[in-house]
Design a protein. Sequence first.
Length: 327
Amino acid sequence: MRAAVSERYGAPEVVVVRDVPAPVPADGEILIRVDATSVNRTDCAYRAARPFFMRAFTGLRRPRRAVLGTEFAGEVARVGAAVDRFSVGDRVFGYCEGRFGAHAELLAVRQDSLVATVPDGVDQVTAAAATEGSHYAASMIRRAGVRTGDRVLVHGATGGIGSAAVQLLVAMDARVTAVCHAEHAELVRGLGAHDVIALEERDFTRGSGRYAVVLDTVGKSTFGRCRRLLEPGGIYVSSELGPGWQNIPLSLVGLVLRRGRRVVFPLPDEGPPVLEHIREHLAAGTFRPVIDRTYALEDIVDAYHYVEAGQKVGNVVVTVRSDPRPG
């Protein structure tokens, strides 16, 4: 099978598309013929091994997993023994961080992992981009304790995480203020944001609004800068560790005090209920991943370069099969 292979850490050029042995599904696993996958910030971090401590999990000198890829949508091609949740021909989508392997024509995953059937009316390209950003967004929202009616500011509302967060918050009737570049203001309003702050027009941290929660979905601000935006008892959540990894000790302080304005660190939820939650929103139409552009598998290096340029809007999809079944 064809796959995007990286046998060393480094720039996008370490990735080479070539033939590799196809996986064989073990007991309790399904073999998926991949229609589409994505290149996202998570893939970029693992490929480059940044930050360096990631090598403790991925391999000190070289990657333990040569084929990356965390998101996928495809069709079940074969099932292993004891599989009872899926059948050959089912359209499925999911997330496989840690095991990886989605940047390939075939992928084997456990039936009890983050995999589910694609809802009717959702095409494979859309499904392939529906998990990475949204499951981080859902974790940030849950750990911040957002409730119906809360005022929430989302910084980075056009990214994969931010665009998902806006939609999930709107679906729970929170009042969303989105921060993005002016050229994308209408896109973000279309996602349901009640108010939009254009980065070019003013520093959002100096605004007069007060929020129950600030979600920094791009990790480009700090608790210190955003603290004044928070209501008493308000929560700041960032998708990144922050300068000097400050968000970890700040969140520990918040765990002890549990009062006042504080930081919550959003360890992601990874269980099957997370994917079912996302599937429900896809089926209901309350969430659709924003897709910036698509690349063919053979052009995956270009996809990596585009994602790392920091200008993408939503998600970047890589098509693996040219004739996927429609939604």
